[in-house]
Design a protein around this ligand. Sequence first.
Ligand code: M6R
Length: 613
Amino acid sequence: MCGIVGYIGDQNATEVILNGLHRLEYRGYDSAGIAVLENGSIALRRDVGKLNRLAELLKNSPIAGNVGIGHTRWATHGVPSERNAHPHLGNTGKVVVVHNGIVENFIALKAELLSEGAVFRSDTDTETIVLLVEKFLAEGMDLISAACATLKLLQGAHGVVLFSIDEPDKIITARMGNAGGVVIGIGEGETFIASDIPAILEHTRKMVFLETHQMAVVTKKGVDVMDLDGNPVDYTVSSVAWDPVSAEKGEYRHFMQKEIHEQVRSLTDTLAGRADFERGDIYLQELNLTREKAEAIGKIFITACGTAAHAGMVGKYLIEHLAKIPVEVEIASEFRYRDPIIAENSVVLAISQSGETADTLAAMTLGKEQGATLWSIVNAIGSQAMRISDGSISMQTGPEIGVASTKAFTAPLVDLYMLAIVLADAKGLLSSETKQTLITDLAKIPGLVGECLLREKDVEEVSKKIMNAENALYLGRGIQMPIAYEGALKLKEISYIHAEGYPAGEMKHGPIALLDDDLPVVAICPQDRWHDKMISQIEQAKARGAYVIAVAEDGDEKVALLADDVLWVPHTSWLLMPVLTVIPLQILAYQIAALRGLDVDQPRNLAKSVTVE
Ligand code: M6R
């Protein structure tokens, strides 16, 4: 979704902001712009398309100043165009704003402003914000009061940043609800604002995260946080440990490729400090889980979107099998709009890479309102999902830039495995031998993922064979069913090949009609309790002429005889096997998209962090 960067200090704001916007490119956008305070007036540059177009514009027509704001836009109201790109200037030319979110009462506010003589120069809802601020300034308010009055009129969720030439020593920013985060970076004699940490991480690690319905007055010297009535609010300065270098592509062609290869490290980091292999124990400190609490849990609702939801589906198998706690997994955008029966002894567990996905946050809020304990498995440190949780597990994968999630899929699989062990252990369900075996299996996982990555070349041969397919069917059963969904999602989102993930047993109830020799069928078939069933699905697909690519465990002769191609993975227990079987599917999707010459890291229409409904 949209990205925001702001700066006040002694550097040239244009450079700081453009650089920050580049670091947010992965989020997806259709236009971009920057406004700086230049010699007492506001200089504005905006363009549609990629950031290099804005950079080119700025090269030909430079602007400079020490105060500025910038934005990458993902259109909601009004087509992508220069006039609809942010920042938006008011009618006086003295106030300028950038905004993430949707002004839900935009039509009513616009009608009122029009009736009072305001002129709209864009089709955006955002313009109402700057026009309202100007209206209140004209009534004699100062900038802080005008911002407060404006924000209180807005319905919906918002991240807002604005400044005025009449009060050039400050930038005002606010967060209302879950339209992405607002983070303020504290430097030495300079202060930064961003929607996401990577935009400003090269300048400072001292960050202040705004909570919902908080506003901040940002100056060169630092920040004052207040509520929307202007009352001061206490805040914490957090220290963020992410390394800016890890947000660079390095030797890889795409971030997605780099992130696929980072999974050995991200899984090692996921285990570090949590899995004690010598003592055979797991510690999930941030979860704040006691034995009493574990025993009392009646049900766990896992809620998430997209890839994160697929991780949750694997989690259901792990928790129900090991800890014997019933688990319901529901897509957050559905969960939030039904009437789930959430007893007080329930846990709502949200999984989210960004921790800012609007639907997931709304589902968490619903859980909280109904008295559930809130847990989260989140990657983005300091994100809203992490902050509102009663207990959390941080993914430890570092920033994930590619829109197609990879390392932020395997990390929660391992987190959920550890969670299942901790819950089962707390309930006294694990013998010491079983626990030891489960933890020993875990220790081998990063190395086994490394082995899968070494087989990248084998996947390449298959990628070439199916790169021109128009459709693909992914089949899996049991704990591998979500991997079929995930493999299909990866392929469709970056290669634009229509792909369906299906529970293999359902094939005969419909999808079998699709089978012919033009349809590649990817069958995920490790030697687990569903193996024989999968073999018969492969036979049925072969009998109808389909081209079958199996994902199978080393040495599986049955599969070797049946399938047209096999993507081999090493042995592990069935509970951890999803961490391995997904790797060749991530590589397959990546290679096909790269072979088709597509924009792998920023696929069309998609955004990294979906902060609107
Ligand atoms: O940030 P989140 O994990 O909450 O995001 C959820 C989905 O939007 C995300 O997983 C999406 O499906 C990815 N593009 C998948 O690769």
